[in-house]
Design a protein around this ligand. Structure first.
Ligand code: GRG
Length: 299
C-alpha cells in the first residue's frame, strides 16, 4: 500500500489491528466452546486469518466514520462481512466450483482440511456473521435489523450468490452486458453492502446510502476488472495463487473480451467515477487513497 500518505497509513494500521483483534475475539469464543467441533473451528480460523487485504471491513469502518458515526458501532458488521467474504472464497475454491488449490498464499481450505470440513467451515462462518451482529450490544436492535437486512440482500440470490449462478450457468455465452451484470452481483454486491452498512451503523440518512451505492457499483466493477487483469499479468507470489486460471477454465472475462489495455482503461474510468461519488462525503482522504490502491494493486 505504497500510495498511502503517512496519515492514511496510520489509519490503515489502526483499522487493520481493530479488525484483526475483533475477528480473533469472535473466533476465540468458537474455538474455546468447540469440543468435537475443533476441526471445523480450526478450518474457519485458518481461512479467516490467512491474510486477506480486509478491503470490505475497511470500507464498513470508513463509511461509518465519514457519515459521522463511531467506528465501534460498525465493528460487528465489518467482521461479519469479512466472515461472509471468507466463506465465499472457501466455497468458490471447492472442486464443484472453481477448484482452486491455493488461496491467500496457502493451500485452500478444502486442500488443508478436506472437502466436507471446508463446506461446513464456510457455512459456519456465514451463520456466525449474522449472529455477531444480532448480539452486538453496542448497536440498537433496529440498527442490527437494518444491517442484517442489507447484508442478506447482498449475499442472496439477487446479490453475490446470484452472480455466482450467472458465472457458472452462462459462461459459454457471456457477452459484455451479462458479464458486467455478473460482476456487479458477484463482486460488487459485497462492496456495496460494506459501504452501506457503514452508513447504517452511523445512522446516516437514506441519500448517503444512495451515494455509497454509486461509489460501490463503480468500485466493484473496477475491482473485478483488475482481478481479471491480474489473472493474466499478475505475479503468482504476490497474488498467493496461480495466474492463468480463468484461461485454463475457458472463462470469459472483461480482460479476455476487450484485451488487457482496454480493460485497464475501463478500470481507470470506473475508478474516476467512484472517486466522484465520494464528493458527497466529508473527510474522504483515506477512502480516496484506498480506492487508488485498489486500481494499482498487484495482489
Ligand atoms: C456457495 C452460498 C454460496 C455462496 C458463495 C462461491 C460464491 C457463492 C461466490 C463467489 C464470490 C467470489 C469468490 C467472488 C470473487 C470476488 C473477488 C474478486 C474476491 C477476491 O477478493 P479480495 O481480492 O481477496 O478482496 P482477499 O484475499 O484480499 O480478501
Amino acid at each position: 500500500m505504497d500510495n498511502f500518505s503517512e496519515k492514511s497509513r496510520a489509519r490503515l494500521d489502526t483499522l487493520t489491528r481493530l479488525i484483526q483483534s475483533s475477528l480473533d475475539g469472535y473466533m476465540n469464543v468458537q474455538t474455546e466452546k468447540a469440543d468435537k467441533q475443533k476441526k471445523v473451528a480450526e478450518a474457519m480460523e485458518y481461512s479467516l486469518s490467512a491474510g486477506g487485504k480486509r478491503i470490505r471491513p475497511l470500507l464498513v469502518l470508513e463509511f461509518c466514520r465519514v457519515c459521522g458515526g463511531d467506528e465501534k458501532s460498525a465493528v460487528s458488521a465489518a467482521c461479519a462481512l469479512e466472515m461472509i467474504h471468507t466463506f465465499s472464497l472457501i466455497h468458490d475454491d471447492l472442486p464443484c466450483m472453481d477448484n482452486d488449490d491455493y488461496r491467500r498464499g496457502k493451500p485452500s481450505c478444502h486442500k488443508a482440511y478436506g472437502e466436507s470440513e471446508a463446506l461446513l467451515a464456510g457455512d459456519a462462518l456465514l451463520n456466525l456473521a449474522y449472529g455477531i451482529i444480532s448480539r452486538d450490544e453496542r448497536i440498537s436492535p433496529e440498527t442490527a435489523i437494518k444491517l442484517i437486512a442489507n447484508l442478506t440482500e447482498a449475499v442472496g440470490v439477487f446479490g453475490m450468490i446470484g452472480g455466482q449462478v450467472i458465472d457458472t450457468d452462462y459462461d459459454g455465452d457471456m457477452d459484455e452486458k451479462l458479464l458486467l451484470e455478473m460482476y456487479s452481483m458477484k463482486t460488487g454486491a459485497l462492496l456495496k453492502t460494506a459501504c452501506q452498512m457503514g452508513c447504517i451503523a452511523a445512522g446516516a440518512e437514506e441519500a448517503k446510502l444512495e451515494y455509497a451505492a454509486v461509489y460501490a457499483e463503480k468500485l466493484g466493477l473496477a475491482f473485478q476488472i483488475i482481478d481479471d487483469i491480474l489473472d493474466i499479468t499478475g505475479d503468482e507470489k504476490l497474488l498467493g495463487k496461480p495466474v492463468g486460471s480463468d484461461k485454463e477454465c475457458g472463462k470469459v472475462t472483461y480482460a479476455s473480451l476487450k484485451g488487457v489495455e482496454a480493460a485497464r482503461e475501463a478500470a481507470r474510468r470506473l475508478t474516476d467515477e467512484a472517486m466522484d461519488a465520494l464528493s458527497h462525503f466529508e473527510d474522504t482522504e483515506f477512502l480516496k487513497e484506498l480506492t487508488m490502491f485498489l486500481l494499482k494493486r498487484e495482489y
